[in-house]
Design a protein around this ligand. Sequence first.
Ligand code: NDP
Ligand code: 2IT
Length: 448
Amino acid sequence: MSYVDEVLEKIKKRDADQPEFIQAVTEVLDSLRPVIDKDEEKYRKLAVLERITEPDRQIMFRVPWVDDNGNVQVNRGFRVQFNNAIGPYKGGLRLHPSVNLGIIKFLGFEQIFKNSLTTLPIGGGKGGSDFDPKGKSDNEIMKFCQSFMTELSKYIGADEDVPAGDIGTGAREIGFMFGQYKRIKGVYEGVLTGKGLTYGGSLARTEATGYGLLYLTEEMVKCHGDKMEGKVVAVSGSGNVAIYACQKAQQLGAKVVTVSDSTGWVYDPEGIDVELLKEVKEVKRARLTEYAAARSSAEYHEKKNGEHGVWQYKVDIALPCATQNELDIEDAKMLVANGVKYVAEGANMPTTIEATKYFQANGVPFVGGKAANAGGVATSALEMSQNSERLSWSFEEVDSKLKGIMVGIYHNIDDAAKEYGMEGNYVAGANIAGFKKVVEAMIAQGVC
Ligand code: NDP
Ligand code: 2IT
């Protein structure tokens, strides 16, 4: 049996209760075969794949907090510190009721390769909690964040592990957590990114993941002899990534016709009104029904199982920006039948493996999240640089560095795919390019 298959078998047995983690590892290891098979004995002897698929440590803890009615609530907190071969652990904190160890492990594993692709010195980690922020008051959010950080603060630091936002964690939550860290440790340091601009945050971090997704997509489109102007785009989600993906797509001359949330989706053939979307989601923290109610061109549809949602429309570009496994094989068939030309992932692992293969088999250029959504964490690393030098850069400076990084990532993954005879397979290109840098560092640092 090949070394890749041996390790996959072991993980499937040992982590059988972690389907998302198994999915993420399967996708990566499968695409690394051309690299590993060539030097199988070396990699086997050094147990490189066993080491890169096993976190350095996984921390789980109780998060007790008192709600507005005086009742004690208890959630479970996680931080998985996966790999720090090329820099301090770096990755977001997800607050969502679906969070469990397997989900945090899949996200932390992906983060290793994504962070490597940014070319910046950051290792891979992820954390979060099964806390549900929906319907909670600001006071309850603060109580939760303070309790969460009281425990997490023991394990993180500006040179050790630097968390940030993800689903359910935005500027408000980062602010409460930063305040608590400072209070407990008595240190003012860049221990979190995505901070507010008055206390060490970076300009353009809020926009970075969505903008970065579009910078990479624009480069891919250009390299296919095509242009963004006039393209019709389907976006899913309506959170941080989706909002700024819509904004940059429209700035580049494309028209975004869909957004969604966990209860339904909007189809707006005139093009999404980004200012209205921001008002509904960022200011009012309301549902998309409010967007549709305020805009006559928009249709709202409630989500029903088995429907294609935002993936049923005739679009040129699909940008899944909500959550894992939100685009399955049936959705992919529908998009391809409707003539989709490009797909790039704003979310982490939103496309199932089967759907990814379907796009590739049908000649649709497809860029996975590790490359396409790396702009968020890249700009977090730029925030860390600014914190270290106690300076802040202008929006234009950060944005132009972000653009340079995303264009660079596209060419890096394109070149890696070509080098291994898989031209156009950006999934393999990203995994290979991300892996090579981390593994070189791991080997140089000995068995650890
Ligand atoms: P937000 O919390 O701002 O928004 C999440 C969006 O996705 C919301 O519209 C939410 O709807 C929807 N959503 C979440 N869970 C589900 C679900 N189970 N089913 C259907 N819809 C769902 O998060 P972000 O925009 O920050 O994150 C979106 C994705 O992008 C995630 O995969 C995240 O890991 C990834 N990502 C985020 C980065 C960042 O910098 N923020 C960087 C790179 C990747 P609702 O409001 O109804 O829950
Ligand atoms: O998935 C991701 O890359 C993020 N949620 C951003 C992580 C970060 O450290 O900015």
